[in-house]
Design a protein around this ligand. Structure first.
Ligand SMILES: [Cu+2]
Length: 70
């Protein structure tokens, strides 16, 4: 199965707990292999199978954690 890697800009992450929360929420989604949040760059790089999870699902999971996708 082909996976895709996408960098998503996230606003509101202010410490290591925030990046951990975002990473945890995303890796819990089906088809997400890897999620690496970068506090300084204010983004998260997600490696996922677009056949199982869409970008919209990812955005929704981030927003449900209380962060904003820009
Ligand atoms: Cu925090």
């Amino acid at each position: 199965m082909a996976v895709t890697e996408e960098k998503i800009n996230v606003q509101g992450m202010s410490c290591g707990h925030c990046t951990a929360a975002v990473e945890k929420a995303l890796t819990a989604l089906p088809g997400v292999e890897k999620a690496v949040a970068d506090l300084e760059e204010k983004n998260v790089t997600v490696t996922y199978d677009p056949g199982q999870t869409s970008r919209d699902d990812i955005v929704k999971a981030i927003e449900e954690e209380g962060y904003e996708v820009v």
